[in-house]
Every structure is written in C-alpha cells, then in structure tokens.
Design a protein around this ligand. Structure first.
Ligand SMILES: [Zn+2]
Length: 380
C-alpha cells in the first residue's frame, strides 16, 4: 500500500490524508511503498499515463481525465546526431506539468478536497487551473503582482480566481500556503503525487523505445521534477528486474539562474543561493527548488550532471528547434543547448541513444518569441 513519508523526520501518513508537507516538522513528503512496475502491469488499453496506474500513488478512481501522458517520442537529429524528442509540449495545457497535476488533482478529488490553491504564473498554474476547471473544483492561483497579463490569460480563461501578490516570489508562495479559507494548497512543487505523476514520462520513454534504456536523458531543470521523475521510473524498473541499468540524467539550467548547476559544480547536497537575472528560460528560473536534495542525489547516482548554458545558446537552440518543426517555449530549448555542449566536450557520444524532453509549447510564449525574433532581447 502506498504511503506518504516525511523526507526529514520519517513520519508516515496515509495517502488519504490531505497534506502537502509534514505536519510534524514542515519537511517535504514523498510517496513510498509503491508497487514497482512490471511490463505485465501496463494497462495497454489506456492511451494515457494511467496505463501505469498500478505503480502510482493514486490507486483510486480517475474522475477527471483530459488525455494526460502518452506523448509522442519521435526520431530526429541535432547537428547530425540522432536524437529522440519526447514531445511533452503537446499536453492538454501545453506542458509536461499536466502529468503531475492530473495525478495530484485526481488524488485530491477522491480524498475529499473541495477547493484548491496554487502559486505559479507559469505552466504549473496553468495546469492546476486547467484540471481544477475540468474537475469543477473552485481554484485560486496566486501570481506575482508584476506578472504580465499575457502570462495569466490561460489561467484566467479557465475561470480560476487570479490573486496578485506584491513583493518577491516567496511572498506569493507564502500567501498561497497561508490561505486559510478552505483552499487546499495543491502545489506542484510540494505535493508528492505531482512528482509521482511526472515519473510516468520515464516509463513512456522505456516503453516507446521498445522497452529499452536510453544512454542519456536531457531535460530542462527548474525544480528538477523531470530529472527526479525519470530517475525514479528507471530505478523502480531496475528494482523490478525489468531493466538492468539506469540512463545518465542531465539537467539544463540557464546561467541567469543556476542554483542547482552551482550545487553540482561545488559538490553540495542542496541548491546554492545565487544571484539571478532575467532569463528567456523563464520556466526554470527557480531560485529555491524545494526538492533540490533528492534531485541532486538522483542526478549524481545516475552518472549525469546539472549544467548551466548561456542565454545566447538557448536562443540559438530555440531557433534551430523551431526550424526543425518543434515550436517549443524558450525554456525547453535549454536541453537542446546543453546537448550541444555535452557532445562538444565528449560527455555524450553521437552513437549513444539520447532522449531530450521538450517540456512546453511555444504557443505559451509567443510574445517573448516575437521579441527574440525581432532582436529586441539581448542575450548574453
Ligand atoms: Zn517531518
């Protein structure tokens, strides 16, 4: 039976409990005692992430379904190096976050949540607002007061209440956490069902590539949920005897906000406080990632790394992706920019099996992309 466990003080909670962090110490909680996935457990009649439900923390009914998961894994090349692109940007709200949010919202619904709050002006907020709307759950999304109207259009269109909070980003999170008016804090950064849903991207990469293990998986890294999700998926498959090795997992950050790349470089266990600058990779501009410890440990255990790339290289990779038919948001292009560097330095060889996760749709960031194309944004 799956349970929740505090990652700091080891307190155990039933998964039916509506909590988002440890009641005893405030630490982050993780889903444990999950059933490892075996090939025979895949519900092949479900063309969605729910084909892997046996291995998920949410074992109950799925009242809200918007076709989450089972995104295309397509063959392509990058500078004549063969690559498999995992196209998460085709998800219903336009980003990979739908995986985690679909599992989280269904779990909360079945366990009695009646209204949800979240803090994010980006893909996380859009995904929670989208699934809350489909579930007919009243929803409040807290956003920074200075957020551009374009960024919150998708959230507002779902009927979610948008609350603008002045001050730094942390003040926005604090306001959502402190919402005492009966809204459950459905945080994609904190809730354990979110990361559990994200791990299904790893199962899909395995299944869609013929039940094989790629040599390397590269993903943009803000909070690092794709890195952690892939590591957990392949670790569980290895524990179940379905695979005999792990892929090397690489996380891409921007030099404008690189708390985990810096931690990787300096050998520390948790993120490093860094000075941050405006970035075209706004989706991964997370200066204090909640799960930095398990993310860093996972990447190290896989034999991969977390590295920062320059803004100019992100813009260049974005242009090349779009010209290959892959219209993603600039954040997603950090992973392709990192692939360039890893090939150049010989860390990844062109004859290896490489998967790059393309996380969000370019349609989310048309204003930004237009300014990049017009040369209005100077990239360092
Ligand atoms: Zn605790």
């Amino acid at each position: 039976m799956p349970r929740f466990k505090c990652s700091c003080c080891d307190t155990i909670y039933p998964t039916s409990m509506l909590i988002w962090r440890c009641d005893a110490c405030g630490g982050s909680i993780e889903a444990v005692d999950l059933t490892p996935l075996r090939r025979a457990d895949i519900a092949t009649d479900r063309s969605s992430l729910w084909r892997y439900q046996k291995a998920l923390v949410h074992q109950g009914a799925v009242p809200t379904f918007l076709g989450e998961g089972w995104t295309p894994l397509i063959r392509g090349d990058w500078d004549s190096c063969p690559v498999l692109w995992k196209c998460e940007f085709v998800s219903i709200s336009g980003s990979f976050k739908d995986r985690g949010v679909a599992v989280m919202i269904n779990h909360l619904l079945v366990n009695g949540a009646t209204r949800v709050a979240e803090d994010s002006s980006g893909n996380g907020g859009a995904a929670v607002a989208t699934y809350a709307a489909a579930a007919k759950l009243p929803c409040r999304i807290y956003v920074p007061a200075h957020t551009s109207p374009g960024k919150i259009t998708q959230i507002g269109a779902t009927g979610a209440e948008v609350i603008r909070i002045p001050g730094p980003r942390q003040a926005v999170a604090d306001a959502a956490m402190a919402d005492a008016s009966g809204y459950f804090y459905a945080s994609h950064n904190w809730h354990p069902a979110f990361v559990d849903g994200i791990k299904t991207v790893g199962y899909e990469i395995w299944e869609q590539s013929g039940f094989d293990v790629p040599d390397a998986i590269i993903a943009p890294a803000g909070s690092g949920s794709n890195l952690l999700g892939c590591f957990r998926a392949f670790s569980e498959l290895r524990a179940a005897g379905e695979v005999d090795r792990l892929p090397r997992i690489y996380g891409a950050q921007s030099e404008s906000c690189e708390p985990m790349a810096r931690a990787f470089q300096t050998g520390t266990d948790a993120y490093v406080e860094v000075e941050t600058h405006m970035s075209i990779a706004e989706g991964i501009a997370v200066s204090r990632p909640v799960r930095s410890r398990p993310v860093l440990a996972a990447v190290r255990a896989s034999g991969g790394s977390i590295t920062a790339v320059s803004e100019a290289s992100i813009a260049d990779a974005h242009r090349r992706l779009a010209r290959a038919g892959l219209y993603v948001e600039p954040t997603s292009a950090t992973a392709a920019a990192l692939l360039d560097n890893l090939i150049k330095e010989g860390t990844i060889r062109a004859n290896e099996k490489i998967v790059v996760i393309l996380t969000g749709s370019g349609l989310k960031a048309s204003d930004l992309i237009a300014r990049m194309m017009e040369g209005q944004i100077a990239t360092r």
